[in-house]
Design a protein around this ligand. Structure first.
Ligand SMILES: NC(=O)c1ccc[n+]([C@@H]2O[C@H](COP(=O)([O-])OP(=O)(O)OC[C@H]3O[C@@H](n4cnc5c(N)ncnc54)[C@H](O)[C@@H]3O)[C@@H](O)[C@H]2O)c1
Length: 276
């Protein structure tokens, strides 16, 4: 006999490139496990466009973050904001599960993870636009001596920041290849908050933040966002590279990042788990 189980109610904070794509997948691919119960974005037109495209009722648009949190069991965070860490904490405080896209915002917030443990709720972090995290997690901190992440993005995939201006780099005027950053994960996440979430993901997965070197290279000749990872350790040597097509709605976001978030949700809701 088929048992009827209650569908998990999922809410979305942020209805931009990633949030919209994930909402579409939840509606179409995960409909047997969950349903969309709320959408919230500071730009009101974003959820409006989304409900029109997905043919969802207007009542799903929530006017405030507390309204959204109250309406769901689980939340997908996909915002670009200075308040992201506070927002994530509010969700976890309300004992709701959360999938975090803005991973850099929780890299130095161990309190959020402790609170999730105390509240017996879950934090999901997708692998993003990289490969090799399975190996990094399997071998663990004690078997890794160092990691280098080299990220290559066209200028349209980055933002001209004060940091770059101070260094005398105008990414939009470059004629050839330039290394615009070479440093630690903490510096990378602070200076490129929208572009280098994968660095934070590697740091959290490996547990060896201080042994990770991040390089960011740009060139007008680059056509894709690529992430190359080299890991050395007692287990051997790993090199991986993904050449990512960008999301049509946002050139700063790789299509694979959206796919990996969908897969993370699928693995969470599906009883069959491979390679987690
Ligand atoms: N983990 C990864 O591998 C990975 C990959 C790509 C993007 N990201 C991150 O995911 C996040 C979303 O990316 P995106 O491409 O969808 O960006 P986007 O700019 O397309 O969308 C972000 C949305 O957040 C909304 N927003 C901003 N502040 C808000 C707030 N306080 N409350 C509610 N909504 C708010 C904006 O109005 C916008 O609609 C970014 O932080 C990005 O850095 C992570």
């Amino acid at each position: 006999m088929k048992r009827k189980t209650k569908k998990l109610k999922i809410g979305f904070i942020g209805c931009g490139a990633i949030g919209s794509r994930l909402a579409k997948s939840v509606k179409e691919e995960l409909k047997s496990f969950c349903k969309i119960s709320g959408l919230y974005d500071v730009a009101f037109e974003k959820p409006q466009k989304l409900i029109k495209g997905l043919k969802l009722p207007k009542t799903l648009i929530k006017k405030s973050l507390p309204d959204l949190i109250q309406s769901c069991d689980f939340i997908v965070e996909a915002i670009a904001s200075n308040e992201t860490t506070t927002i994530i904490r509010q969700v976890v405080h309300a004992k709701k599960g959360i999938l975090i896209m803005s991973v850099g915002k929780v890299l130095n917030s161990p309190g959020v993870f402790k609170l999730a443990k105390k509240n017996q709720t879950v934090i999901l972090i997708p692998s993003g636009a990289i490969s090799g995290l399975d190996v990094i997690k399997s071998v663990g901190a004690k078997n890794i001596s160092n990691i280098t992440l080299t990220t290559r993005k066209p200028p349209s995939g980055l933002s001209q920041s004060n940091y770059l201006t101070k260094k005398g780099i105008n990414i939009h005027a470059l004629k050839g290849e330039a290394v615009i950053f070479d440093g630690s994960v903490d510096q990378a996440v602070r200076l490129f908050p929208r572009n280098i979430n994968v660095a934070a993901t590697i740091a959290l997965a490996s547990g060896i933040k201080d042994k990770i070197r991040i390089r960011i290279i740009t060139s007008p000749k680059f056509k894709v966002n690529s992430h190359e990872i080299e890991v050395f350790g007692k287990f051997g040597h790993l090199t991986t590279r993904t050449d990512n097509v960008v999301c049509p709605d946002n050139p700063k976001t790789s299509y694979l990042a959206a796919l990996s978030a969908v897969e993370t949700l699928k693995q969470f809701f599906n009883p069959i788990k491979i390679g987690t």
